[in-house]
Ligand binder design. Sequence first.
Ligand SMILES: NC(=O)c1ccc[n+]([C@@H]2O[C@H](COP(=O)([O-])OP(=O)(O)OC[C@H]3O[C@@H](n4cnc5c(N)ncnc54)[C@H](OP(=O)(O)O)[C@@H]3O)[C@@H](O)[C@H]2O)c1
Length: 240
Amino acid sequence: MSASLQNQHVLILGGTSGIGLATAKAAFEDGAKVTITGRSVERLATARSVLGQSVNAVQLDASDEEKTRDLINGMASLDHLFITVGALVLDAKLAPTKAAMQPALDMRFWSAVYAAKYAAPKMHSGSSITFMSGTAGRRPLPGAAVATASCGAVDALARALVLDLAPIRVNTISPGYVDTPLFDGLLGENREAVLANAAASLPVKRIGRPEDIADAVLFLMKNGYVNGINLAVDGGGLLV
Ligand SMILES: NC(=O)c1ccc[n+]([C@@H]2O[C@H](COP(=O)([O-])OP(=O)(O)OC[C@H]3O[C@@H](n4cnc5c(N)ncnc54)[C@H](OP(=O)(O)O)[C@@H]3O)[C@@H](O)[C@H]2O)c1
């Protein structure tokens, strides 16, 4: 395992909040040069204030292939890539239209495809790509079938790319419940009650912190023999 990410360039697509921001902070503290992206200018500014002005913070919608290509092609070097982007669409009994359900697959899966496609030619034998899945890929989230399928899709994509992009390592991370701003919009005023309930149901009796996942992502970046795994970081949630 390499001692640190010192002077390595880490790109985090979806790095201005929650798990991505915590990973950017951990990589930065480990000595990496860090580039983060996000769509919102406000979130980019907040992330800059957390990480410091030396972070490269770029406005980018990761589902835009051309802009992703241009960003990555403009980089002098790239050692590690983490794509956190995803979307949760509720689609009980597949009732919504295709157009309404499509972002649940497109955001996670195609953003991962575009990023890997343009990053790989910049990478080398010590490099890694980490995709964002979720424990929902193994234990489906009721009422979110397409979003659940997107978790399985990136898992299969990662294992296929281990072969096609070798020697670049490709892994997937599957968080359980993690306390991030994602839940602000999803749960509204029920947020605290739902998360407390989730915590009580877990063997560790708490839900995850973004730093728990960031720590695991850095492990996937730095351990040169971990390849093609889907690492669940869920407090034991898949066992109960
Ligand atoms: N929190 C959990 O419990 C949990 C559990 C399992 C899996 N996950 C997955 O983990 C990922 C991150 O979740 P989080 O909890 O850290 O959420 P978060 O705090 O809302 O952060 C999401 C980040 O992704 C960025 N983003 C979203 N769509 C983007 C796009 N199209 N292009 C570029 N950046 C984009 C956001 O910035 P902008 O909005 O400004 O673009 C933000 O920086 C998601 O894929 C989620 O499904 C989360």
